[in-house]
Ligand binder design. Structure first.
Ligand SMILES: Cc1cc2nc3c(=O)[nH]c(=O)nc-3n(C[C@H](O)[C@H](O)[C@H](O)COP(=O)(O)OP(=O)(O)OC[C@H]3O[C@@H](n4cnc5c(N)ncnc54)[C@H](O)[C@@H]3O)c2cc1C
Length: 546
């Protein structure tokens, strides 16, 4: 199938590209063909975010978003920041001490899944073809090495590699330009970055894993529009860092979550158990008391910012949004910058498509300059030191540096800090690491992994080749056991990796059908041997409104 533009990934970045392209085509009374591939069973099914939405990109894309019914229903009414110094202790940070980018006046608390669903509807109304349930599995190249399109995966192949009765071969989708918008740690994006050396001269990308639950709470505990951010306990027990969030949405709902920086050093750390423990904090548990948990999920977050942003162009296409790493870590927000990177992409693409006789596989070099002129780039420039300062100086000194840099110098200090150690290389050997104590979940405020994964509505066809593959099959699975105590069993938020005892021996087991597509294993595996590839389209979580 041939199109002008193929977009891989129906998230904020991909759908903003699609919408803006069609708007431009309508304005200029011309026709272009645009298709969006989405691996989730529907648009939004794989989206998990906080989320506080800064509406700047939305205002530019659809100035009449309110009239069109965009689900930005809860304006921020209160904004708090806490340092949790222990389970029963916390210090509320005065508003004037909070770095400016972390203020949320004028923002909205949303379900990014629902905003994405709405963007999908707008795109379809503008004439974009969306193929949900289709995962782009392979990049197709022209003879000269430029990107020619993508192929979706075959459906109906059994675990043994044989065709089942349901076998359907994948499709080739060819395009003048192919846009990769797979979100954080896209598996095709990772291949492109390596093949075209897009990250040369950049700091390694840095990541966090975000775990989140949606709750219905008692009306008397609900304060619509209240935003509560925090740092410290329980992560500080192991010297690890990250941040928590509690947002009060509409309809007596709150979201609660914890983002754990993946540069942590203690292989005994379990982000899932840290999150479950966090909910017992004396300021959080009372909010959830008497409520019920509706949904659970997890997703990695790319937070390296400008220092880690790869070159975003290559012959035949672009890599945009969190697939590249456009998130502004100082704001802990990436949806507005992902959208803007997509809108700028659309403007560059539209101009290129208007030129006659374009050679196949052209590189849209003008995109980088156009992106650098945008406010999204200016934001990333101003916050380039934020993450490295936290990594280099630790939470307290890093926070002090960031307060000064952001509030007094507007992010314009005349030097750039860098963190050159990739997150997979930070783990200490397990013999040097302290034990971390986690208490058993009480089934009321805290829960175990199986019941949590159940709430993510995750489903994969069981009889299919494993989508968690090994880069080097000669390195045995479970190799990390002696050195690092196999950290995968702890960093995976869905119980995919387990060490079980069989015949008095420790055996490493992979329960691939539990995978919530967070990509943490691909990022944090100390041997860098686990390689996440897309399973059959439609598999994975089915998040309702995360
Ligand atoms: C816990 C957490 C909290 C966050 N909080 C906030 C916040 O408060 N505010 C904020 O602005 N941002 C927040 N973010 C970041 C924000 O979610 C991202 O910046 C944003 O979603 C990036 O948009 P994207 O379109 O680049 O990628 P994504 O939103 O990840 O979308 C990518 C889409 O591509 C699809 N896809 C991937 N690979 C393929 C493939 N090979 N074939 C087909 N489809 C594919 C995926 O299923 C997905 O639908 C948070 C993130 C996390 C994890």
């Amino acid at each position: 199938m041939e199109f002008d533009v193929v977009i891989v990934g129906g998230g904020p970045a991909g759908l903003s590209t699609a919408c803006r392209l069609m708007q431009l085509a309508q304005q200029h009374e011309t026709e272009i063909s645009v298709v969006v591939l989405e691996k989730g069973s529907e648009v939004g099914a794989h989206i998990l975010s906080g989320a506080i939405l800064e509406p700047r990109a939305m205002e530019e894309l659809f100035p009449d978003w309110k009239a069109r019914g965009a689900p930005l229903n809860t304006a921020v009414t209160g904004d708090e920041m806490h340092f949790y110094t222990g389970e029963d202790k916390s210090i509320k940070v005065p508003n004037f001490m909070i770095p400016k980018p972390m203020h949320n006046d004028g923002n909205y608390i949303v379900s990014l899944g629902n905003v994405t669903r709405w963007l999908g509807e707008q795109a379809e109304a503008l004439g974009v073809e969306i193929f949900p349930g289709f995962a782009a599995a392979e990049i197709l190249y022209n003879e000269d090495g430029s990107v020619r399109g993508v192929a979706t995966g075959d459906m109906g192949i059994g675990t043994d590699g044989e065709h089942k009765d349901s076998y359907e071969p994948g499709m080739e989708l060819l395009a003048k330009y192919t846009i990769f918008a797979e979100g954080c740690r896209g598996h095709l994006g990772k291949q492109l970055i390596a093949k075209f050396n897009l990250a040369d001269g950049k700091s390694p990308q840095h990541y966090g894993i975000g775990l989140k639950e949606l709750w219905t709470i008692k009306p008397e505990n609900h304060k619509p529009g209240l935003v509560v951010h925090g740092a410290g306990w329980p992560l500080n027990r192991s010297g690890s860092t990250g941040g928590s969030f509690l947002y009060h949405l509409e309809d007596n709902q709150v979201v609660v979550g914890l983002i754990v920086d993946l540069n942590y050093t203690n292989p005994n750390l379990s982000p899932f158990d840290e999150f479950q423990m966090f909910k017992h904090h004396s300021t959080i548990a009372p909010v959830l008391e008497g409520g019920s948990r509706i949904s659970y999920g997890a997703r990695a977050i790319a937070k390296g910012g400008l220092n880690s942003l790869p070159k975003m162009t290559f012959p035949g296409g672009l890599i945009i949004g969190c697939d590249a790493g456009t998130l502004n870590f100082a704001k802990i927000k990436g949806s507005h910058t992902a959208m803007k990177s997509g809108m700028v992409a659309a403007e560059t693409l539209f101009e290129a498509l208007q030129q006659e006789d374009q050679p196949a596989g052209r590189e849209l070099t003008g995109y980088e300059e156009a992106f650098e002129r945008s406010w999204a780039y200016q934001e990333l420039f101003g916050s380039r030191n934020f993450g490295p300062a936290m990594h280099k100086f630790g939470m307290y000194a890093g926070a002090g540096f960031n307060y000064m840099d952001q509030n007094f110098f507007g992010g314009r200090l005349p030097f750039t800090l860098r963190d050159q150690t990739p997150d997979h290389a930070t783990l200490k050997p397990v013999r040097e690491a302290t034990e971390i104590e986690y208490r058993k979940p009480d089934g009321v405020t805290s829960f175990d992994k199986p019941s949590s994964v159940f709430l993510s509505n995750t489903n994969h066809e069981e009889d299919q080749p494993a989508h968690l593959t090994l880069a080097d099959a000669s390195i045995p699975i479970g190799k990390n056991l002696p050195e690092w105590g196999e950290p995968a069993q702890r960093y995976c938020p869905a119980g995919v990796y387990e060490v079980v005892t069989k015949d008095h021996e420790s055996v490493f087991q992979i329960n691939a059908q539990n995978c919530v597509h967070c990509k943490t294993c691909d990022i944090k595996d100390p041997s860098q041997n686990i390689t996440w590839v897309v399973p059959e389209g439609g598999g994975g979580p089915n998040y309702p409104n995360m």
